[in-house]
Design a binder for this molecule. Sequence first.
Ligand SMILES: Cc1ncc(COP(=O)(O)O)c(C=O)c1O
Length: 383
Amino acid sequence: MNLPQKHSNTGTSIFAVMSGLASQYNAINLSQGFPDFPIDEQLSGLLGKAAREGHNQYAPMPGLPILRQAIANDFKIRYGVNIDADSEITITPGATYAIYTAFTSILQPDDEVIVLEPAYDSYIPNIETNGAVAVTVSLSAPDFKVDWNKVKAAITTKTKAIIVNTPHNPTGAIWEKSDWDTLASLVRDTEIIIFSDEVYEQLVFDGQKHYSVLEHEELRQRSFVLYSFGKVFNNTGWKMGYCIAPPAFTVAFRRIHQFLVFCVNTPAQFALAHHMGNNNAIPVGQLMQQKRDHFLALLAHTPFTIYGPARGSYFQVAGYDKISNLPDMEFAQWLTKEYGVATIPVSAFYKNKQDDHLIRFCFAKKEETIIEAVARLSTLKPL
Ligand SMILES: Cc1ncc(COP(=O)(O)O)c(C=O)c1O
């Protein structure tokens, strides 16, 4: 049978490839973005409690009201924005799902969506599965800032949307308020919709601030904003997230959501609702900053060139030109097999596999993991 190819990425996701290679070679996995330390005991306790107390059947389609209200309260406290829990928040099984569902709720064949690359690897397949076209605009090293002239040049009459991501995976760059203002000026007289992937919103370092599109009154009216609990409570395997969007956008989102998954894991929703605003753990941004600093201090004794340092997210990009001139995919495989440290080649975040000889490390790991990984990398010799 001839089955249709719904998008252009025919291979397996790089995260599956590198994590698979890491387990095959018993390597330390600094490739995929997930913490390797336990979650807060209060949160795991609340999950068990919810299941024991009988919260085990389907939840309401948009999500449990107590969880949606907890999110609205949290955004009021942290950003000073008013969000209506009933008409603007939908709970989802993770942010990847929320991104796909948001795309599917508005895209039609031949629509164009601007994607800033390097980019999280689900965006382009999700756009193409909807019959739409991804128009890529590259960010350039070393600071990976947006070149707004390039974005302006990419806008056509077919441009339906632009997807942005701050703090940024894989580069750790973050947007300034002026970036949002420039974006607003570019889309003001158009019907272009914004997808804002803010899964790392709480992971910003060195006293900087994350600007959410929700704080930009003008852009907020045309934005789907996507979040992941996994990046806040170190429980990526729960696959829990949410979408915040104006009421009319939320209606469109739920039109798709109700026939994709209908509703999301009930005990996990209870646990998260009771944990939010009532947890005494050290803020995740502070925790990850300590990990970044520790990782970078050790990495300085290796021949890698540090791009950054990361201003947010779980990730640090580094160059390896002083070690090898292999293409980045081959270099990452070689490093996994020969030195027992798995990373992600940055070319995987580009549609055309642009190779600038960069790899991405995930530093969201416990101290022993970071020490052992960098000890292995310290034995690398410059060319
Ligand atoms: C930029 C970005 N968006 C979305 C996601 C997905 O989040 P979730 O695990 O909740 O699907 C990730 C996870 O790595 C990410 O890096």
